[in-house]
Design a protein around this ligand. Structure first.
Ligand code: ADQ
Length: 467
């Protein structure tokens, strides 16, 4: 075991995408995204490895190195993907942890697959970790891994970070085999959440479900201390800033503005197509503003970029149909030849294209019904070097706790959405600049590197890191 890795990341997905080279050879490239760019340097300099699924079923690619990161793939069969990933992770835990925005589905065979796959992740991590290594487990797909890993390797220092909200006690209590899931998390030394309230929910649950006695930010369990604390995640600010300063990106932004109509103001939504993101409610509110004549097709345009996500899950297919029907209805009713009020793109876009869109935007719409953090909100702010642009932001995102200068909104209330959209459109330029400046200073002081460092320092020594 002595020759393993001293730092191991365990996440559902490996941080790589498959591409096909010019000669037809399959290659792996590092996937974009803040988490990967924050952890890759740490993994590289500290002799680290990353355990995760390669993203395609029945792929038995072996261990390999990509861009300096040692990858240890955990293969999943088509049935594993169906039951562990699309089933228990995304049709049971995801909706339940997001306040039952959609009803969770409970199936025994999904739970069994979830446990079996979590065990394989834990075994893979136990195999590659050096003596006394630090292991950082991520997210709701792997709630059982910390305890499984601890029983295999009591010598490890284990951290867990939950990227999504942690539900209130009475919602968590609805989960079949809830105590086992909670004990899974208690296998960690440090459990990190996006918000302090989530950490409190977790600690309270250890009392009400397991009869433990949480105190302050920790709880004693099986002779150890488990610390639970908030570590709000962020983005690679320097990278977004670099893209925003790139003349090619700025040129693309000007071109988008011209294509959409220079005299129209642009509202923008960028999300995975997910029912937690409030896309339907946002489009409905925009449709009502058009119907009431509060805005017109000549004055405003809404661009909604929605990345395809979990497309085999029924609730996501139904959402897609509802959104597309509503966009068609609004464009049919209020559009003109060559000019429609809603541009809907069911597509993934490159970071350059997203930043060009952010730069072209007058009002950014980030209106999830519930969201752990929401990185799009922070990317928009980081991109606006010109200190212009307003943001409508849901109170139910983690980001709202940090970006209080946005136009905050209750996305369940269509009237409130309409009010906030109009307020953001009508805000005097000075007011928008003051708000943007404050939001930028918050985002600049808290980038994803700092987030990762704070988590790992606290994992190393929770009391030192607290000062
Ligand atoms: P997500 O639910 O995926 O993340 P979010 O935080 O907004 O949500 O991150 C989405 C990322 O995907 C952003 O970096 C964004 O730029 C990118 N993206 C979105 N639409 C895209 C498109 N059309 N094309 C290309 N890229 C697109 C989960 C939790 C969040 C939490 C993050 C990180 O649900 O609450 O903020 O993890 O912890």
């Amino acid at each position: 075991m002595g020759d393993g890795y001293s730092f191991v990341v365990v996440a559902n997905r490996l941080p790589v995408d498959r591409t096909t080279g010019e000669d037809g050879e399959q290659q792996w490239t590092r996937s974009p995204g803040g988490l990967v760019s924050a952890l890759a340097p740490i993994a590289r300099t500290s002799g680290g490895a990353w355990v995760g699924w390669i993203g395609a079923p029945d792929d038995d690619t072996g261990p390999q190195e990509v861009d300096g990161i040692q990858l240890r793939p955990v293969p999943l069969s088509a049935q594993d993907v169906d039951r562990y990933y699309e089933g228990q992770s995304n049709s049971t835990i995801w909706p339940l942890f997001h306040d039952l925005v959609e009803p969770p589905v409970h199936r025994r065979e999904w739970r069994q697959a979830y446990e079996a796959v979590n065990r394989r992740f834990a075994e893979a991590a136990a195999e590659v970790a050096a003596d006394g290594a630090t292991v950082w487990v991520h997210d709701y797909q792997l709630l059982l891994v910390p305890a499984m890993l601890r029983s295999l390797r009591p010598d490890l220092r284990i951290g867990f970070f939950l990227h999504i909200p942690f539900p209130p006690v009475e919602l968590f209590m609805q989960l079949p085999r809830r105590a086992e899931l909670l004990r899974g998390l208690l296998g960690a030394d440090l459990v990190g959440f996006q918000r302090p309230l989530a950490a409190q929910n977790f600690l309270q649950l250890t009392g009400s479900l397991l009869g433990l006695q949480p105190h302050d930010d920790r709880v004693g369990y099986e002779g150890r201390t488990v610390v639970a604390r908030a570590f709000p995640i962020s983005i690679d600010v320097a990278e977004i800033d670099r893209l925003a300063a790139d003349p090619a990106v700025q040129w693309e932004s000007d071109r988008l503005r011209a294509d959409l109509g220079d005299n129209r103001r642009l509202l923008l939504g960028v999300d995975r197509l997910d029912y937690t993101k409030g896309i339907e409610q946002r489009i409905e509110a925009f449709g009502e503003l058009l119907a009431e004549g509060a805005v017109s097709n000549d004055e405003v345009v809404l661009v909604q970029v929605a990345t395809p996500s979990r497309i085999r899950v029924a609730q996501y297919q139904q959402l897609r149909e509802r959104v597309e029907r509503e966009v068609g209805r609004i464009n049919g009713e209020y559009g003109a030849v060559g000019r429609v009020p809603v541009h809907y793109l069911f597509q993934s876009r490159t970071p350059e294209e997203l930043v060009a869109l952010y730069l072209a935007t007058d009002v950014m719409l980030v209106t999830p019904l519930r969201d752990g953090m929401n990185l799009v909100a922070k990317e928009f702010v980081a991109a606006r070097r010109d200190e212009l642009g307003a943001m409508v932001l849901s109170e139910f995102t983690g980001a709202a706790a940090e970006l209080e200068d946005a136009f905050l909104v209750n996305p369940h209330d269509v009237e409130d959405l309409k009010r906030a959209m109009l307020a953001a459109l009508d805000a005097p330029p000075d007011d928008r600049t003051v708000r943007m400046r404050r939001m930028r200073s918050r985002v600049h002081g808290h980038d994803v590197d700092r987030w990762a460092r704070q988590f790992l320092d606290a994992l190393d020594d929770p009391d030192r890191a607290k000062d």
